[in-house]
Design a protein around this ligand. Sequence first.
Ligand code: CP3
Length: 352
Amino acid sequence: MRAYQGARQQTTPVWFMRQAGRSLPEYRELRVGTRMLDACLNPELASEITLQPVRRHGVDAAIFFSDIVIPLRLAGVDVDIVAGKGPVLGKPIRTAADVAELTSIDPASLDATVFAPIAEAVRRTVTELETIGAGDTPLIGFAGAPFTLAAYLVEGGPSKDHIRARTLMHADPAAWAALMDWTADVTGAFLRAQVLAGASAAQLFDSWAGALSLDDYEQYAAPASARALTHVRDLAYPVAAAGVRSVPIVHFGVGTGELLTAMHDVGADVVGIDYRIPLDEASRRLGHTVPVQGNIDPAILDAPWPVLEAHVLDVLERGKSAPSHVLNLGHGVPPETDPAVLTRLVEFVHGI
Ligand code: CP3
């Protein structure tokens, strides 16, 4: 949390996007017979899966096990996660009439009762972190940014270029704006529920924002991301020595080298950097004033150790050009990753 607040730490903290998931045999075992979204809505299971990588790797943060489409599902949208594919919608949102039907669901209906399984899972996780002697390990909550969620809603599933979503924003800007505002409030409420229940930081994933030009990002995506973040802006968490601090917000997307400043400007405290741009260059684009998170190339996790070690040292060196640095991957842990490599990497970084 101190690194997120801009204070450089003697040892660089490290966690991994998708640290909870298929790379862990204990995850695969727990998930047998339970669908992904059902697992997310089972507090005991979601909490246990969140803790698995903390126990195994000794990472410096837990990331809440859930999915970006959970608030859509809780709002009543027909969405599922197909293994090996990703989120799939029963009925894609393609027209102004589809948008009107979707947005007739009042985001305020997502109240504490609806989010009860999420809040319960977060509370269990925070309590359990203390029980396993990792009480100073923070839990990071997360949500999908409106553009990335809208990309799934409009496409109806995963897509390479998100062309239907990008067409809609230009073809019917009013319908697009209504869709984005609704999505912002739904995903913002999901993030808020996690922080209220005890998450110490919040990460907004705009995974597919890199599909947008800077102009389109600023006009058609950024305002809704800023709106989503207003749902947690007023929240603070207690700090032993210093009273309260506002909840740090991390903003991450893939292929977003051209968007970094705009992504910071929506109200982020920390910018997550993918592996396509070196951290020192990313920091330069951010005026050397913004804490960064990233950006080990996930492909190198499976290279011989000396290659990975040299890469990690290079990332750490480049990270020094930012006020502070939280080490992470440039995207999620690939499912085929040998978990022993991640454990060794954490030990290596902690030993520096
Ligand atoms: O460990 C963590 O990082 C926390 C858990 C987490 C999951 N999804 C669990 C999950 C987080 C932070 C997410 C966010 C998420 N979900 C994003 C943004 C991050 C990113 O990767 O860019 C996106 C785009 C999604 C949508 C989604 N859900 C995809 C693309 C997939 C993968 C589909 C597949 O099978 O390859 C999912 C499913 C999913 N979410 C899994 C996990 C562990 C795999 C489910 C399984 O075990 O079958």
